[in-house]
Design a protein around this ligand. Sequence first.
Ligand SMILES: N[C@@H](CCC(=O)N[C@@H](CS)C(=O)NCC(=O)O)C(=O)O
Length: 181
Amino acid sequence: MTNTLYTWVMSTPCASVHLTQAALGIDLKREYVNIWKGEQFSPTFLKINPQHKVPTLVDDNGVVMWDSHVINIYLCSKYGNQSLYPNDLVKRSLVHQMLFYDVSVAFPLTRKLVRKIQKTFVHLIPHATGLNVLIPGVLQHPNVQRWIKNAEKWPFYNENVKCIEAFVKFRDEAINAKAKL
Ligand SMILES: N[C@@H](CCC(=O)N[C@@H](CS)C(=O)NCC(=O)O)C(=O)O
């Protein structure tokens, strides 16, 4: 059995698993689930994950796992990557600290913001690229800028670019649809 990742390119939790996959250099069969078309509610997918969330991993031993943080930890532990997920207890706890921060603070905040943008003013931001314009206050902070510049050097960063490109395509389509009204 192959590892199958149920995923969607417009989802940031999914992008994090794509980044991990690329960093580990492993094969995962990807099945795309377009959540904006409601494909996560198909009987087939609900049978796999009744929580109807992507990313969802069906491991080569048939175990189903969901939540990007869990999947990322699992893949790093299984395929071993000391720099991404160190054995050292203190270093590992610092990794967990950021993962838990993402679960409890960063992701819920971003999701709220993106939903508002989708519903209200995506057509007003024709020059926005990805999230760079959407949350300028956060992204222009020097620490965040430094972090982004560093991330751009990762050899596997292109996986994130694909996610941003999908978002930009969505934005352009939303603008065009609005212009036709
Ligand atoms: N904490 C979860 C969040 C997963 C999540 O919210 N996924 C969204 C896409 S970004 C989803 O599948 N939404 C579909 C739905 O809830 O029906 C993770 O990190 O994997």
